[in-house]
Design a protein around this ligand. Structure first.
Ligand code: ANZ
Ligand code: ZN
Length: 692
């Protein structure tokens, strides 16, 4: 058998593709196909698990090219972020140096993999020619009131005296110094994504070329709840304390009320009272607790009495007001009417703190009200202990009680979303500077568009301690107020890298434009992206942000479409020994040795063959050899088969004569069956069966 001479063939063709600019795609092309793989963070080392994304993208792109389409396959770099800054702190390498070095390495890797990109459109998010437009987008949102400042909690390491990103907190401790992490409040920048919650939700209905599980994840993430906001009042002071409930049918079962530790009324309510010390001590403890833990259903429920009571507006009953860790300020109104009989969290809390459990929804057989509850009864049922609503099915009572409350003006139907506004500021150096200055006389001022980009300074110190490195750049800090011309101080926060990636896919269409971020007419022809390939971990972050940004830019008239992605494909992970392949777990297979030994086509073929591409698949070095043997067999069949010339000619003819040998006829049939099967499989992205 003749050995497939990959070490000659692969470099030869890779050179040829380059010479021909084979993957260059003109912006004004017809019969367009935009095939996009999520742009990578330039970490420098790619393993065969990463390879899956790019290899799938390449297979689709080449297939579309062979079908005659003008295929746009660009590549760029999500270049800002924490690792580069850590390299600066740990090894004294300046972030752009580290980043550019890694980009160079990864480009070589892509070339060795034989992956075709239109490199004429390449950019990286840390280049001023790109981030100037990220800043411009920020200004557009700021002008529309969609970018705003408010105080919000951040992770704080008391020993490094620095703000930590969530990924720098390991088991509640600082990843650098191991000190216990606490929470502190800072003025931060937010994008008002909640204004778009309902449109983001409705838009999902039409994204029928997205995987169902991604759509479901986004729906849950946005988390729309219809309910009623009810006006409770503080018994002692008469102040209103509204609460949001999805179960207004349980209003007669309220036996206490709970508010969040962050509730703005809390301090005033306890000021000067006997309970003040206890409550404030509790608040401090809760605030040191991690937000994620507090939101979890299984959090150990803790609370203290505020010393106050609230009046239930439906029956005038006074019940005690508590503060507890399981109520989040970010949801609803930050106050909850507690119904231990019908809500499991309230049930557990009531058990612990001795609050009464009053059943107001009974099961059809009456067993809920007659027996001892071992947990909350959360099903539908019939109203009991509910005044004039007794005997009514609870579903119906939900509507009738809401009507009645609206009529009496003690409550109103509303909608709450789980989705929070997008916190976009980071107390970091390596990100897009936020184009804002602060003036003592004029306050918060936008940097004028013509002064963009606000450049990242280089005279900064990286210590990993204290404030952001940007605060050490004297020349950067000093600015002029665009309004009064006086002295101003520059914003030192930078933008979350998800802001960069929320619009980067637009830039590929107009990568060289210097007077606009992108050219609307060209975008309108190329969008939505025909196929977007990336990991499922982006389902609720990036893929919501990019939809939000598109809708904003659409509303501002900068693009004509309001959904950016046509078909979405979420590839499964490559695992080794059952775990996701990753450097931190030490279970990576680097492609270099593999390619040196078997060639890139072997790795590519194996990667497509390893399993259904939307599922996780276990890497197996021995099976890679099988792909290599297969390629060798193809090579010998094509190169050495004795009646090759005649057969190939016969394949191109119509076989209607009697004189066609049976084996040629059989081969002809098999060929066409294969073409059909492979075509169908490729269209369905079933690469593994196409290879088979
Ligand atoms: C009373 C009640 C009785 C509730 C009952 C549930 C069952 P979803 O469906 O997720 O929207 N809630 C409201 N605001 C809260 C906050 N800031 N922190 C924690 N919990 C909060 O959940 C809505 C329910 O979550 C609301 O309905 C409220 O508890 C609670 F048998 O009100 B319910
Ligand atoms: Zn000023």
């Amino acid at each position: 058998m003749k050995r497939y001479p990959f070490s000659e063939i692969e470099p030869k063709w890779q050179r040829r593709w380059k010479e021909l600019s084979l993957f260059r795609c003109p912006t004004d092309a017809d019969d367009r196909f935009y095939c996009l793989v999520m742009y990578p963070y330039p970490s420098g080392d790619l393993h065969v698990g990463h390879g899956r994304n790019y290899i799938i993208g390449d297979a689709v792109a080449r297939h579309a090219m062979m079908l005659g389409k003008s295929v746009l396959t660009p590549m760029g770099w999500d270049a800002f972020g924490l690792p580069a800054e850590n390299a600066a702190i740990d090894r004294g390498i300046h972030p752009p140096v580290w980043t550019d070095d890694n980009i160079g390495k990864m480009k070589i890797q892509f070339e060795k993999w034989g992956i075709g990109y239109d490199w004429s459109r390449e950019f990286a998010s840390h280049e001023p020619s790109f981030y100037r437009w990220t800043q411009w987008i920020f200004l557009k949102l700021f002008e529309r009131g969609l970018a705003y400042r408010k105080s919000a909690p951040v992770n704080w390491c008391p020993s490094c005296a620095t703000v930590l990103a969530n990924e720098q907190v390991k088991d509640g401790k600082c990843e650098r110094c191991d000190a216990q992490v606490t929470t502190t409040d800072l003025e931060q920048w937010f994008f008002k994504i909640t204004d778009y919650a309902d449109r983001l939700l409705e838009g999902l209905d039409d994204l029928d070329s997205w995987p169902d599980r991604v759509r479901t994840m986004q729906r849950n993430w946005i988390g729309r709840s219809e309910g009623v906001e009810i006006d409770f009042t503080i018994a002692e002071t008469g102040q209103p304390l509204p609460c949001f409930t999805t179960r207004v049918d349980t209003i007669f079962g309220v036996t206490y009320m709970v508010m969040a530790a962050e509730h703005p009324m809390l301090r005033e309510l306890v000021a000067g009272t006997e309970q003040e010390g206890t409550v404030l001590g509790f608040v401090d403890r809760v605030r040191a607790q991690n937000q994620f833990e507090r939101g979890a259903a299984d959090v150990v429920k803790e609370g203290v009495w505020t010393g106050r009571h609230v009046v239930n507006p439906v029956n005038g009953e006074e019940v005690p007001l508590w503060v507890a860790n399981y109520v989040l300020m970010e949801y609803g109104t930050g106050a909850v009417m507690a119904v231990p009989a019908h809500d499991q969290r309230d049930f557990e809390f009531a058990r612990e703190y001795g609050r009464p459990v009053r059943v107001v929804i009974d099961s059809a057989d009456g067993s809920v009200s007659s027996g001892e509850l071992s947990g909350a009864y959360i099903e539908d049922g019939v109203q009991v202990n509910s005044g004039e609503f007794d005997g009514m099915p609870s579903r119906e009572a939900m509507e009738r009680i809401a009507d009645w409350m609206e009529l009496k003006g003690i409550g109103r139907r509303t909608v709450s979303h789980r989705l929070r506004d997008w916190l976009v500021s980071r107390q970091r150096y390596w990100g897009t500077p936020i184009p804002i200055v602060y003036c003592d006389s004029c306050g918060v001022q936008a940097v004028p568009e013509e002064d963009l980009p606000v450049l990242l300074p280089t005279d900064v110190e990286f210590s990993g301690k204290g404030e952001s490195p940007l605060t050490t750049a004297e020349t950067f800090l000093r600015a002029t107020c665009p309004s009064c011309g006086g002295e101003a101080r520059r914003e030192t926060d930078t933008l979350d890298t998800f802001v960069d990636s929320s619009w980067y896919l637009f830039r590929y269409i107009s990568p060289d434009s210097t007077d606009v971020a992108f050219v609307r007419g060209d975008l309108d022809r190329w969008f939505p992206v025909d196929l977007y390939i990336g990991g499922i971990e982006h389902a609720c972050g990036h893929l919501i942000f990019v939809r939000f940004m598109t809708k904003v830019l659409h509303d501002l008239g900068y693009v004509g479409f309001d959904e950016p992605i046509g078909t979405l494909f979420s590839q499964g992970m490559i695992t080794l020994d059952g775990a996701k392949m990753s450097k931190s777990k030490g279970n990576v297979v680097p492609p270099d040795k593999l390619i040196a030994r078997y060639g890139a086509d072997t790795e590519r073929l194996y990667t497509l063959f390893v399993g259904p591409p939307d599922r996780d698949s276990e890497w197996n070095d021995t099976a890679v050899e099988g792909s290599f043997r297969f390629l060798n067999r193809v090579w010998s069949v094509v190169g050495e088969w004795p009646f090759r010339a005649g057969t190939l000619a016969a394949l191109g003819r119509k076989l209607d004569g009697e004189d066609v040998p049976d084996n040629v006829r059989a081969l002809h049939r098999k060929t066409h069956q294969t073409i059909r099967k492979v075509t169908v499989d490729m269209d369905a992205m079933h690469f593994n069966t196409a290879v088979a």
